[in-house]
Design a protein around this ligand. Structure first.
Ligand code: NAP
Length: 266
C-alpha cells in the first residue's frame, strides 16, 4: 500500500487549487463573466491574458486588474476570425509564454421568435458561440498537446440542457458546445489535457440587462430556481478555479452547472 505522510497531505492540500505560475487566456474578458473569471484566476496566482475585439475597453479592464496587483496583459482579436485567432495565440505564446489555461468564454445572445429569426442573427450566434470555441480551442491545443498538459474550460449554459422561448438558436449553440467539450476531451485527454465545461445559470451581466430590468421575468426566475435568486458573477469563480487547477486532474468532458439548482428541478 502506498503510504502518504501527513506532511505530504498538508503540502498537497495547499497547492491543489493554486494557479501560481500558470498563464490563462480568457476570451471575451473585457467585461461580464469573462472579466470576473480572469480576476478570479488571477487571485489564485494565474498570469492573465484578456481577449476581446475592442482594444479600448480591454485596456481599461487590464488597467483595473493591474491596479489590483494582478499580472495581466491584453490580446485583442476577433474569436470568429480563424486566421486572427491563430495569429493571436502564436503572439501570446511568443511574447508572453505558454498558455496553460484557456477559458473559452466569448459569447453573444440574440432573441426573437424562431419563425421570425433572421439568417444574419443565426450566423452570428454560430460564429461566436460555436465556431470560435473550435477555433480558439484548436489553436491553443496545438501548443498544449506537445507539452502534454493544459486546461480548457468551455463556457456552456443552462441552455446547454434547457430551451426557452425566443432563444432556440442560442440553445443550439450551447448544446453544441457541451458536446464539443466531450469531443475535445475524447480526443485530447489521453495527451494530458483536461477539457471541461462550466455552465452558468442566470447571472446579472450586460447580456442579461433587459431581463434583469424586467420585474415579471425576475419574479418568474426566482420562483423557478431552487436557490430563489439571480447568480452573482463571483459565484462562478470557484468552479473555474477548480476546472483550471490540479484539483481537476482526472475530470474530463464534464459540464459543471453553476445554476442555483435550475437544471435539476422543474
Ligand atoms: P457579455 O457581458 O456580453 O460579455 C461578452 C464578452 O465577449 C465581451 O467581453 C465582448 O467584448 C466579448 N466578445 C463578443 N464577441 C467577441 C468576439 N467575436 N471576439 C472576441 N470577444 C468577443 O456576456 P456575458 O454575460 O459575460 O457572457 C459570457 C459568456 O457566458 C457567454 O459565452 C455567454 O453565453 C455565457 N453565459 C452567460 C450567462 C449570463 O447569465 N450572463 C448565462 C449562461 C452563459 P467585445 O464586444 O469588446 O468584443
Amino acid at each position: 500500500m502506498i503510504q502518504i505522510t501527513k506532511a505530504e497531505i498538508a503540502m498537497h492540500d495547499t497547492t491543489l487549487f493554486s494557479l501560481s505560475g500558470r498563464r490563462a487566456l480568457v476570451t471575451g474578458a473585457s467585461r461580464g463573466i469573462g472579466l470576473t473569471l480572469a480576476r478570479g484566476l488571477g487571485r489564485y496566482g494565474a498570469k492573465i491574458v484578456l481577449n476581446g475585439r475592442h482594444p479600448e475597453p480591454l485596456e481599461a479592464s487590464r488597467a483595473m486588474l493591474a491596479d489590483e496587483g494582478l499580472d495581466v496583459v491584453t490580446a485583442p482579436f476577433d474569436v470568429t476570425d480563424q486566421d486572427a485567432v491563430i495569429a493571436g495565440v502564436e503572439k501570446i505564446e511568443r511574447e508572453h509564454g505558454p498558455i496553460d489555461i484557456l477559458i473559452n468564454n466569448a459569447g453573444i445572445q440574440r432573441r426573437a421568435p424562431l419563425d421570425q429569426f433572421s439568417r444574419a442573427d443565426w450566423d452570428a450566434l454560430i460564429a461566436t458561440n460555436l465556431n470560435a470555441v473550435f477555433f480558439v480551442g484548436q489553436a491553443v491545443a496545438r501548443h498544449m498537446l506537445p507539452r502534454g498538459r493544459g486546461k480548457i474550460v468551455n463556457i456552456c449554459s443552462v441552455q446547454s440542457e434547457l430551451a426557452r422561448p425566443g432563444i432556440a438558436p442560442y440553445t443550439a449553440t450551447k448544446g453544441a458546445v457541451r458536446n464539443l467539450t466531450r469531443g475535445m476531451a475524447t480526443d485530447w485527454a489521453r495527451h494530458g489535457l483536461q477539457i471541461n465545461g462550466l455552465a452558468p445559470g442566470y447571472f446579472k451581466t450586460e447580456m442579461n440587462e433587459k431581463l434583469v430590468a424586467d420585474q415579471a421575468f425576475t419574479q418568474w426566475l426566482c420562483q423557478r430556481i431552487p436557490a430563489g435568486r439571480w447568480g452573482n458573477m463571483e459565484e462562478l469563480v470557484g468552479a473555474a478555479v477548480f476546472l483550471s487547477s490540479d484539483a481537476s486532474s482526472f475530470v474530463n468532458g464534464h459540464v459543471l452547472m453553476v445554476d442555483g439548482g435550475m437544471t435539476v428541478s422543474v
